[in-house]
Every structure is written in C-alpha cells, then in structure tokens.
Design a protein around this ligand. Structure first.
Ligand code: SF4
Length: 106
C-alpha cells in the first residue's frame, strides 16, 4: 500500500466508519459488489482484522459480501469500498484496473 492509498483509506475510515457519511445509494453499491465478486483482483483469502473492523464500522451490506475480500490493486476492503462515494475512492493508476472495474465510471 502506497502513501496515497493509505491516506485515501484513512479518509474513508473516518468519513464512513466514524462520521457515517460518504455512502453511495444501495443500488450502486450492489452493482459494484457484483462486479468485484467476479473480479480476479478480489482476494477472499486475504480476510483480515482490518476487513472485519471496516465492515462492522461501515455497517452496510450487499448480498455479495460473502464473496468479497480485498482488492489486490488498491488494497481496499471491498465490502466497505463498494459503498464509498467517488471522493473517497482511490483511482491511482486506474490504467492498471480491468476494463470491467466500476472505478472507470467515477
Ligand atoms: S479491480 Fe475493481 S472490480 Fe476488481 S476487485 Fe478491484 S475494485 Fe473490484
């Protein structure tokens, strides 16, 4: 994780986890989660304490949460990331993301 990714994650942690804001509508989160669930960059074997904490703090769900782990490109906790507003989503090196990634729509 580089410093920009860390800052982006920290900002999302504060806004979504503590201030309870910065969420996209549920339908958009569901669509993003569906894409991530079938993406090769979704690493479900990287379940971590951070993932569990972020999921609990964000307090929002999608029906795909059981199929989500960590994105190995941005190191984001996907069950939380899919709910984040555009200003909280790191798009550094977006050219490395698959064309199917929803980040290209931001
Ligand atoms: S590359 Fe995009 S679609 Fe794939 S897991 Fe990461 S955020 Fe989700």
């Amino acid at each position: 994780m580089n410093s920009k990714q860390f800052k982006s994650g920290a900002k999302a942690f504060v806004e979504m986890g503590i201030l309870k804001r910065g969420y996209v509508p549920q339908a958009e989160a569901d669509n993003r989660a569906k894409v991530c669930a079938s993406c090769a960059h979704n690493k479900t074997d990287r379940i971590s304490l951070m993932l569990t904490i972020m999921e609990a703090l964000v307090g929002k769900e999608t029906k795909y949460d059981n199929a989500l782990g960590v994105c190995d490109l941005c190191e984001c906790v996907l069950p939380a990331l899919v709910h984040a507003s555009a200003h909280l989503v790191d798009t550094t090196h977006i050219e490395k993301y698959p064309q199917t990634c929803w980040k290209h729509t931001l």
